[in-house]
Design a protein around this ligand. Sequence first.
Ligand code: MLC
Ligand code: AMP
Length: 490
Amino acid sequence: MLNYFDKALEYGSKIAIITENNTYTYAQLHETSVGIAASLLNGAADLAAQRVAFMVNPGFDYVAVQWGIWRAGGVAVPLCITHPLNALQYVIEDTQASIIVADQGYHEMLSILAAEKNIMLYLPQDLKKGSQVALPQLNTSRNAMILYTSGTTNLPKGVVTTFEGLDAQVSTLIKAWEWTSNDHTLCLLPLHHVHGIINVVCCAMASGATCEFLNKFSAQGVFDIFNRKQVNVFMAVPTIYYKLIAHWDTLTDAAQLQLKESYTHFRLMISGSAALPVTVMDRWKEISGHILLERYGMTEIGMAISNPYHGLRMPGHVGLALPGVNVRLAAEDDTEVVGEPGEIQIKGKNVFLAYWQRPEETAKSFTSDGWFKTGDIAVLNDGYYKILGRNSTDIIKSGGYKISALEIEEVLRTHPLITDCAVLAIDDEEWGELVVAALEADAAIDTAEVNTWLRALMASYKTPKKYVVLKDLPRNAMGKVTKKELKSLF
Ligand code: MLC
Ligand code: AMP
């Protein structure tokens, strides 16, 4: 990771980033990130692992700010650009960020919080003007990034990764998927999660490849870029492939023919972040001629398991352990199991350092002999891992986003007309899983009003897509809500 910066100088005039309005070379990225680092340092020798939160749209400024933070010795905390203020505030306060860098469009929302908390708030363009100063020498064991992930606790946890960890996550993918400086990828994923940050942007930048950005996903927008025949490596979540297929079906024969030609230009198309339905894989092959490469990962570990670049890509399976990543299946007592389903446990330099300021949570997520417990259950078939499910029904995956049922329940219970509630997932062809909620409330409660109220408090993708209202939620003898029973109501 730290040697990206020197490599960027070597790549020099090569195009690093393409946005809707501009192209930027590696030399520009290098120079701009030095300026940003100098401004962030503001006379100090080293940010000394201060957390710098940044809310910058995907594109050149995002990467330049990320690099600038790292080069100044800060810890990069990317904020989700669609989160409402209270969700942003949670991350800013939890990380005790001392600096925020935000695009103009987000300044108004963040300015009161920044002033109240005495946090410096900058625009990316203000920072770019920094002059040349000596930048700190960074050790790879230093903290580099904190990403927030929902889990089995009601509040999201910050996942801390060091430079060494990020390096391991990136280098295994460059090797396994054969990234080179001739590659040209398209980034349409959000940049506060590993899929977009590590697999797309960091792998591209570390390889001297070109990364093109599409800021607002639309199937036609993707196809327009494909038709330019420059993109040759593409990564997305299964929902995106579903949406691309649905749009393809509406196209004229001529438009389909044009796209078919553009697909011959690709060398690799990957799916991950959620289970890829075999029906989507088959249909995509029919349309594009490409066998999607499915892989498995997690915020805490980057990628761990992948179908091979060369060789059999087994439908319904996530593949084999990536180079440098140790994978085992374990029983509930954390002993290894062979030939039967078990929890995926991971060891390797790719594994995160800790949950930010949560030593107990961190300790609980590792076995006594240092394996990270993913909570995902899998089985090995002919040497290929197949994901069977998760050991918690409170974790929901919708369109590739991980959503905590407990987090939503906690907020719903603060509504004055809701006495109790249960949030659960139902299967959905397009989204993988859909969030739904059962409310214990007076039947007269207006669920549309509840939804509007909730959307002011959390990202809209987390809000339930369906509600049922019950006088009493079904409970077992212990008084615990029986979510399985509720599922049938949807
Ligand atoms: C959007 N909506 C969703 C949703 N995304 N609802 C449920 N689940 C989702 N994932 C809803 C919005 O709330 C909105 O509702 C409506 O859909 C339109 O919103 P949008 O923003 O215009 O949607 P769209 O751009 O079409 O987004 C779909 C998507 C997006 C698939 C492009 O969800 C996405 O980028 N997903 C990828 C997430 C990701 O990167 N995950 C990786 C995590 S890392 P309304 O009511 O307002 O109309 C990880 C590790 C690993 O998992 O292995 O990679
Ligand atoms: P996140 O915590 O957002 O990084 O999401 C990680 C989770 O996504 C994993 O723990 C899995 O449950 C799920 N996941 C990622 N890739 C796959 C895949 N290919 N198939 C099934 N589940 C996946």
